[in-house]
Design a protein around this ligand. Structure first.
Ligand SMILES: *Cc1c(COP(=O)(O)O)cnc(C)c1O
Length: 311
């Protein structure tokens, strides 16, 4: 494996305290005759249970980014997201817990009535800056933590979705927590950073990403780039499925919603339609098409995101 021995990075004391407030993310086995008939096992890594507010993969991604920012002496994190952003939601809460100021660029005009996500951001002290779609697109071009032109001293720039190579190590840690042998990891993709983090673990052999948006073909390159920046060459087999977007990002169909309802009722695990619903739908579709050879054990990552359902 060309996996770079991941240096042990010391956690800043303020992050250690936040880390202590996290719960375990257990594995849940999905008991389903459909799986048993095919001699397949499906397990869910419950990152949705990590923390009541900082959900799932957003904590995994933020951990070493915030660590870097704290050691760099930053006192303010500036980032961007949509009006329902799980990323900004996790960032605003973490920032408050760590004593860091936060600023969020929000795509689109300020709505007359703020939604629950935006209200939370304000409650946790995030300064909201509503920007036009063209301004927002322009912000996507700034990648480095000091690359945003208007950055003030002490401010640290974090690209959309926390998509930086510093995010990978925190995600890779979740793979280390999986205490069973497994064949395949599966995760929903927005920026692909979480998938890249899974691939960065030497324990990953095969990983499947399910694109949440239309036209997700760019993801494979973005994932490679993130791994390269972290100087990690992962030999894990990877595949990104781009046909389970149900019309596009944040789009749903009655078929998807019915699937989610059925899954939730049968297994008692809540999903949301933007990411995890599409992931589980895709996995069941693949299972029914006999995509997985008998005997395989699949671990799907529940990346959380349930806060977005309130909107
Ligand atoms: C943000 C998010 C994702 C996508 O993560 P990326 O690292 O951007 O690919 C997946 N699931 C949920 C619930 C999310 O909030």
């Amino acid at each position: 494996m060309g996996h770079q021995a991941s240096a042990v990075i010391a956690l800043h004391p303020r992050l250690k305290a936040l880390q202590r407030s996290l719960a375990a993310a257990p594995l849940t086995k999905i008991n389903d005759p459909e799986l048993a008939d095919r001699q397949l096992e499906l397990w869910i890594k419950r990152d949705d249970l990590l923390h009541p507010i900082i959900s799932g993969n957003k904590w995994r991604k933020l951990k070493y980014i915030l660590n870097h920012a704290l050691y760099a002496g930053a006192d303010c994190i500036v980032s961007m997201g949509g009006a329902y952003s799980n990323h900004l939601h996790a960032l605003a809460f973490s920032g408050k817990a760590l004593g860091l100021k936060t600023i969020g660029f929000i795509r689109g005009e300020r709505p007359p009535q703020l939604n629950p996500t935006l209200n939370d951001l304000l409650d946790w002290g995030m300064e909201l800056r509503f920007v036009s779609r063209s301004h927002y697109r322009q912000l996507r071009g700034y990648q480095g933590h000091d690359s945003l032109p208007e950055l003030q001293p002490g401010q640290y720039w974090l690209p959309e979705g926390g998509a930086t190579y510093l995010a990978l190590q925190g995600v890779a840690e979740l793979v280390d927590e999986i205490e069973i042998d497994f064949d395949i990891l599966a995760v929903a993709c927005g920026t692909g950073t979480t998938l890249a983090g899974l691939l960065a673990s030497p324990l990953a052999q095969h990983a499947i990403g399910v694109a949440a948006m239309k036209g997700g073909d760019f993801l494979i390159n973005d994932v490679e780039q993130l791994l390269e920046m972290q100087r990690m060459t992962s030999h894990a087999d990877r595949r990104i499925l781009v046909d389970y977007h149900f019309g596009g990002f944040a789009k749903t169909t009655p078929v998807l919603l019915a699937f989610m309802q059925d899954f939730q009722r049968r297994h008692g695990i809540e999903l949301e339609p933007i990411y995890t619903g599409k992931l589980l739908f895709a996995l069941y579709d693949l299972i029914r098409r006999d995509y997985f050879p008998a005997g395989q054990r699949i671990v799907a990552i529940h990346t959380g995101g349930l806060q977005g359902k309130r909107n």
